[in-house]
Design a protein around this ligand. Structure first.
Ligand SMILES: [Zn+2]
Length: 323
């Protein structure tokens, strides 16, 4: 459940829900985000490497901060990849992690889908401007680096660039192999289920794909597998909005469109709970969607390409910021 999609106008409800529910899913989970970072590191220029080493070591992450992904990694760059999820609640900037592009939209400017509290494409641009400004406060630049390392990963999680009246798939219960979707036991009235489509794209599909690879090793594998495409991603340059559309189309093709059963286009709303939008949670549950070997196999192709592109593009942005 990614309750950070709730409107900011409902902080009390958010706080209450936060008390009762399991911790929210984090885009790409820990190992996915770390993979993106390790891959990017392999493509940094010496100038970017030096700038980031300096900023991240001068302004380390607060050792008191509770880290969702466990003890901090010795590699401060990869460690940065998961930090924005650790401070998302206290900074109240959940909307920076995604952009709600309606499922039936297929191009054009993204500004209309970026809410008053921001979105991932705008957050990347804003943090890039801070990082690039050598006269800006260095603590702020270190934060900007950590945000960018995370958000470029988030942008490439297809379910972070789409909404189908279902909070980016959070209200779409799925059976994941042998695991049936279960209703949130303490708040059945929310019609929230786990596993759901958003959650499995954040974490379970990636974990199954990586098998026993460490994020570092998986980054090496992706670097090898996508050798031919890496050049074309680099040649295409930095176009954050295009990347969002690419992620959006990937969600349509590999996440929503890959079930034998058709998921219809929903009204463009953002339900506070999955009971809204005419009981979207229950209606989607009744579709009895299943993620099996066939779905997983095609999803892995999409995940691999997304993670690889994210790593390469992250390096491009950071290299540019260091120029
Ligand atoms: Zn995130």
């Amino acid at each position: 459940m990614k309750w950070t999609r709730l409107p900011r106008a409902l902080p009390v409800l958010l706080a209450l829900i936060g008390l009762f529910f399991v911790p929210s899913a984090h885009a790409w989970g820990c190992r996915g985000h770390q993979t993106v970072a390790y891959l990017a590191e392999k493509h940094l220029t010496p100038a970017a490497r030096q700038m980031l080493d300096q900023l991240l070591s001068d302004h380390p992450i607060d050792p008191q901060l509770k880290r969702w992904c466990g003890n901090s990694l010795s590699d401060s760059f990869a460690d940065a990849a998961t930090w924005p999820d650790d401070v998302r609640a206290e900074r109240n900037n959940g909307p920076w992690h995604y952009i709600d592009i309606p499922r039936d939209k297929h191009g054009g400017p993204l500004a209309e889908f970026c809410g008053p509290d921001g979105c991932v494409t705008r957050a990347i641009s804003e943090q890039f401007a801070i990082l690039k400004d050598k006269s800006a406060d260095s603590a702020k630049r270190a934060e900007a680096a950590r945000y960018i390392i995370h958000f470029v990963g988030d942008l490439h999680q297809p379910l972070h660039a789409v909404n189908n009246g279902d909070n980016g798939g959070n209200c779409v219960p799925v059976k994941f192999f042998r695991h049936e979707p279960l209703l949130a036991a303490r708040h059945p009235e929310t019609e929230s289920y786990s596993p759901n489509l958003h959650q499995v794209w954040d974490t379970e599909i990636v974990e199954r794909d990586m098998e026993i690879s460490s994020p570092q090793r998986f980054a090496d594998e992706l670097d090898e597998k996508f050798r031919a495409q890496i050049r074309s991603w680099q040649d295409a340059g930095i176009h954050v909005e295009n990347w969002a559309w690419e992620s959006h189309e990937r969600a349509e093709r590999a996440a929503y469109g890959a079930f034998p059963k058709k998921i219809s286009i929903e009204p463009n709303v953002k339900p506070v709970t999955c009971a809204e939008n005419n009981h979207i949670g229950k209606r989607m549950f009744d579709l009895r969607l299943v993620i099996d070997d066939a779905y997983q196999h095609q999803a892995e192709n999409a995940v691999d390409e997304s993670l690889a592109a994210a790593g390469i593009r992250l390096a491009m942005i950071l290299n540019d910021a260091a120029k």
